[in-house]
Every structure is written in structure tokens, then in C-alpha cells.
Write a protein that binds this ligand. Structure first.
Ligand SMILES: *Cc1c(COP(=O)(O)O)cnc(C)c1O
Length: 447
């Protein structure tokens, strides 16, 4: 079969709002996608496997809303999985990206925007003195892992069940996000010799943590953690957990990595680290610092970061690393966050939505746990508190799927999996929150 549509039309963003713009049907595009792409997608959660049904295709996005290829408007709580904290297609970012693009798409030599973005990150994060850029969170995690091994001369990495750190081999063990969505927390193709160097602990379990350090503390190169795990839904560190982790790492000469790809510059200027008052040795960033373009960053003290090539023996490189459009978008986004005093406003919007959803569920007699911090939120379909992956796994995923489709039918797009966090932006105002709560009342009642 030949493509049932013409690509020029798919890519056109002119003639906004006219009917002729919306000539495609998502089902048809997906059918076509299945022929040419595994699962019909570029990233697994997009396939809607956890909720069933065919995924929709997006034509464009603005503010808090997506517009599908059919011309249907949806209030978006996925928001590119986190990067778009100002809202989609924010004019301040779009204009600097356009300008940067006109000046050249990438140079493969240095450009001042990298220095500017690095400087802003250093100013925002305590204990960070230098930054190395790359193209994704996954790459940044891979480099951070190599760095802690290079720095300590040790091999063992500790992670927590349900935390997702991108698709690096060493960390595709008991992973979150798409791995959980598909019910396969371990990936085929990861050699046993690699996996044995990764030790997995339950999150918020102080006893297990102390036990492992007592057993093999001297072999641990580093511990990587999402300080606020948000790839198995969303749960928070219990009082003292991150502090103990930090203290054990210090005592045993292991390095602590905070994977703040999701939470960095989202929960606060200084990320989850600022909120919980614990400083890691290394931060991994991504998402928000790229303004919606591909980015990752490893950040730490000069002593550690100077171990990277060319000054040190730990290798990392990237053809497109420090790309001028990416750094322009990142700087513009971080500036806008400062100017708008964004974090307080985002947290208010987050708690308003969480409160509304709780009330709606209560009124309908549906037992849920609405967990929220700042502009991140998750509605777990369970009667019990969720503190770690095993608690999250007790949720009624079938009821979640019905909730998802009920919301989608009413024009609200939430993540297509029980095990993903919702994201809000500065463009999610009272109107969007109200509309969402109203829809949720109807959907909760229908469950
Ligand atoms: C998204 C995410 C990653 C991976 O980033 P990519 O840019 O998708 O490679 C790593 N860690 C966390 C905590 C994430 O949320």
C-alpha cells in the first residue's frame, strides 16, 4: 500500500486552523506506522499497550494543549514527558530556536551558548562546578556511570527497583517507565556479566540499604537514584532516606548520583536536591534544560568532572553535544522560569489539581492515592499508600485503563500508563485544571 497521505501535508504548519489542515485519521497513520516501525512507535509507551486502543497522532501543540491530526484538541498532562514546563511552543523558546537555526544547525566546534547554559546550571545547583553536555538523559546516565567507576576504580552500581535511568545496559534491571508498562522490568540483550554488576534495592527501605553496604560497601562505585521516583508513577522519599543514602556513600567511598533528568529545574531551581536538602556528588539532567530539544548533562565538582576527556581518563564525546539550538532553547527556558517565579506557581497548580482529583474520586467512592509534588502528580488506583515499586504494583491497572480512556474521550490526555507521572506547565491555568477535575468527576463515577 502507498501512504494514504502526502508528507508535505503532514509537515505543514501553515494555514493554521483551516479544515484542510486536518485531513488525516490517527488510526490510518498508525496502521501505516506499524508497517514501517517496530510497534509503530519511536518509544514504547507511545504504543498505548498498557491501556489498549490505537494511539493518536499529533499535528501540533500550543500552551497546555495538543491538536491531533484530526484537529481534536486535548489538554495535555504528558507535555513531552516533562521538558515543556512553560507550555508547548512557548514563543520565547521558539523565537530563539529559529534565530539559532538561521545561524547554523550545528558546528562541531564550540559555541558560546554551551558556556551560558553550563553557567546557569552551575549557579542553580549546590556543589556543581562543571557541566558536560550530551544529547539525551540516557547518554548522560551512561557517562555518569562510567565516571563513578573511573573515579573509584570499582565496578558495582546500586539502583532502586522501579527507577528508570534511560536505556543503558547496566540499568535496564528492574527498570521503570516503559519497562513496567510492558510488564518486563528487565531487557533481553543485557549480558549477565553486565547485569551482575548492578545491585537493585527497594526504594525507601533503610534496612536493605544498610544491609547491602555492610555486605559489599567497599565494592560499590556509585549509587544512582531518582530522588523523587517518577517512572513507576510517583512516590516520595521518606524522611531520612536520602540522608542515609548520602551518609552511607560517604562512609564507604561510593559516589552518589541523583538522576534529576525529570525533576531538575522542574520541582525547584535546584531540583529535588534543593527540596529535600541532600546534595549528591553528581547530578544527571535532561528534559527541562533543553527546552524541548534533545539534551542531557552530567554535572559535578571540578575534581570529578575533570576526570572526563580531554583532561582525564574517562571517555565521553558527542557529534551534536552542545548544539546551538538546544542551548539557546535551554537558556531561554531557564530564564523564563526565573522571570515568572515559576516554581511556586507550578506547585499551586499541582496541588489544586491533586485536591480536585481526590475530592472527585472520594465523591464517586473510588479508592485512589493522588500523589503530588510541585507540577508532578500520579493517580494510583489503590486504597493503600504507595512508597515503592511493590506498593505501586498492587494498583488496579485495568481500572486505570478505563479511567485513561474516559478522560481521553473528554479531551484530557493523561499518561497512557499507571506507572508514569503527569506533568503540568505554566500554561495549565485554572480553566484547564477545572475542566480536568470536571471530566474526572464524570469518569470516576462511571468506573
Ligand atoms: C526520561 C528519563 C531518563 C532518560 O532520558 P532520555 O532523554 O529519554 O534518554 C533518565 N532518567 C530519568 C529519571 C528520566 O525521567
Amino acid at each position: 500500500m502507498v501512504l494514504g497521505f502526502d508528507m508535505a501535508n503532514v509537515l505543514s504548519v501553515t494555514d493554521v486552523g483551516s479544515d484542510s489542515e486536518f485531513t488525516l485519521r490517527s488510526e490510518e497513520v498508525f496502521e501505516e506506522a506499524l508497517r514501517w516501525m517496530p510497534g509503530g512507535v519511536s518509544s514504547p509507551v507511545r504504543a498505548f499497550r498498557a491501556v489498549g486502543g490505537a494511539p493518536f497522532f499529533v499535528k501540533k501543540a500550543r500552551g497546555a494543549r495538543l491538536v491531533t491530526v484530526e484537529g481534536r484538541e486535548l489538554i495535555d498532562y504528558v507535555c513531552g514527558w516533562g521538558p515543556h514546563i512553560l507550555g508547548h511552543a512557548d514563543a520565547r523558546i521558539v523565537s530563539v530556536v529559529q534565530k539559532a537555526a538561521e545561524g547554523g544547525l550545528s558546528f562541531g566546534v564550540n559555541q558560546p551558548g554551551e558556556v551560558e547554559l553550563a553557567r546557569r546550571i552551575v549557579k542553580a545547583l549546590r556543589c556543581v562546578e562543571k557541566v558536560r553536555f550530551c544529547n539525551s538523559g540516557t547518554e548522560a546516565v551512561a557517562t555518569a556511570i562510567r565516571l563513578v567507576r573511573g573515579a573509584t576504580g570499582r565496578d558495582v552500581i546500586v539502583k532502586f527497583a522501579g527507577c528508570y535511568h534511560g536505556h543503558v545496559d547496566a540499568l535496564l534491571v528492574s527498570g521503570g517507565s516503559g519497562q513496567l508498562t510492558l510488564g518486563r522490568p528487565d531487557s533481553a540483550g543485557v549480558p549477565g556479566q553486565v547485569a551482575v554488576l548492578t545491585r537493585v534495592l527497594p526504594f525507601n527501605d533503610m534496612q536493605a540499604l544498610r544491609g547491602l553496604f555492610a555486605e559489599i560497601g567497599g565494592e560499590i562505585a556509585g549509587v544512582i537514584v531518582e530522588p523523587v521516583p517518577a517512572n513507576a508513577g510517583l512516590y516520595l522519599p521518606q524522611a531520612g532516606f536520602l540522608e542515609s543514602l548520602k551518609e552511607l556513600c560517604l562512609r564507604h567511598g561510593a559516589l552518589l548520583i541523583f538522576d534529576e533528568v525529570m525533576t531538575g529545574f522542574r520541582l525547584a531551581r535546584g531540583g529535588a536536591s534543593e527540596i529535600f536538602g541532600v546534595q549528591p556528588d553528581i547530578f544527571v539532567l535532561g528534559k527541562v534544560i533543553g527546552g524541548g530539544l534533545p539534551v542531557g548533562a552530567v554535572c559535578g565538582s571540578a575534581r570529578l568532572m575533570d576526570l572526563l576527556a580531554p583532561d582525564g581518563p574517562v571517555y565521553h564525546a558527542g557529534t551534536l553535544a552542545g548544539n546551538p539550538m538546544v542551548t539557546a532553547a535551554g537558556v531561554a527556558q531557564l530564564d523564563a522560569l526565573e522571570q515568572e517565579e515559576a516554581w511556586g506557581r507550578l506547585a499551586l497548580a499541582g496541588s489544586a489539581l491533586a485536591e480536585g482529583l481526590r475530592a472527585a474520586a472520594r465523591a464517586a467512592g473510588v479508592q485512589v492515592q493522588v500523589q503530588q509534588v510541585g507540577s508532578m502528580l500520579c493517580v494510583y488506583f489503590t486504597a493503600n499508600p504507595v512508597r515503592n515499586l511493590s506498593d505501586a504494583m498492587l494498583c488496579d491497572t485495568e481500572m486505570f485503563a478505563r479511567f485513561f480512556h474516559g478522560m481521553l474521550k473528554r479531551g484530557i490526555y493523561i499518561p497512557p500508563s499507571q506507572f508514569e507521572s503527569w506533568f503540568m506547565t505554566l500554561a495549565h491555568g485554572e480553566e484547564e485544571v477545572e475542566e480536568t477535575i470536571k471530566a474526572s468527576r464524570e469518569v470516576f463515577c462511571s468506573l
